[in-house]
Design a protein around this ligand. Structure first.
Ligand SMILES: [Zn+2]
Ligand SMILES: [Zn+2]
Length: 208
């Protein structure tokens, strides 16, 4: 396994890549946006419900994107399939943990996707939400979407920590890791596409 991973790293990770920089870059942007939006929100019961609705939307989006875009070679999205294939090739059900911080190259979304998220995707959704939602719920909607992105990366990261790590004592984390390990097995194209939570897997009977 070690020899295989060594060869994989050499083939896939660019020489200039720094896992430490990637993690710091992601966390700083994520925390800054959460704080900026969070302090501008008017926190009332309807805005909290809006955050829950945004989390529900984002969880749905994650399930369908993972199942139908990352596990199928769709025209124009071969790059996304390839990146996800790297994730599944490097991390398998019997080798879910990373060895070095640079291994997050095959775990986290690349930095350019985070930039795309905040420069194109989020403003685009907010623009559309402005048509349907009252003004006071726009920022909570953006807050919920941003929160989801952070939760997604964090939960997926924890799912790739050793089974003995203290974080497995957190509620749901142990079962989430076990479920995700099944997704990293031979069942990868049929099982457990909900990386953070399994509701859509139960609805579509892809929960194993
Ligand atoms: Zn994974
Ligand atoms: Zn997958």
């Amino acid at each position: 396994m070690e020899r295989y991973r060594k060869a994989f790293r050499k083939k896939v990770i660019p020489q200039y890549y720094s896992g430490k920089f990637h993690v710091v870059f992601f966390s700083m942007i994520q925390l800054s946006v959460i704080l900026i939006i969070g302090t501008k929100c008017e926190w009332k019961i309807d805005s909290l419900l809006m955050v829950l609705l945004a989390l529900g939307y984002a969880s749905t989006f994650t399930y369908f994107l993972h199942r139908f875009l990352l596990h199928r070679k769709l025209p124009g999205f071969g790059w996304a399939f390839k990146m996800h294939h790297w994730h599944h090739t490097f991390y398998q059900s019997h080798s879910m943990e990373y060895d070095h911080l640079d291994d997050v190259y095959m775990l986290l979304m690349p930095p350019w996707i985070q930039i795309f998220y905040f420069v194109i995707y989020l403003p685009g959704l907010v623009f559309m939400a402005e048509i349907f939602l009252p003004q006071n719920l726009i920022l909570p909607f953006a807050f919920g979407l941003t929160l989801w992105y952070g939760i997604y990366e964090l939960v997926h990261w924890i799912e790739h920590l050793p089974a003995t790590h203290w974080s497995m004592k957190l509620p749901f984390m142990n079962s989430a890791r076990q479920g995700h390990a099944i997704h990293h097995s031979k069942l990868k194209d049929v099982a457990n596409f909900g990386i953070v939570e399994p509701s859509w897997d139960y609805i579509f009977k892809t929960k194993f």
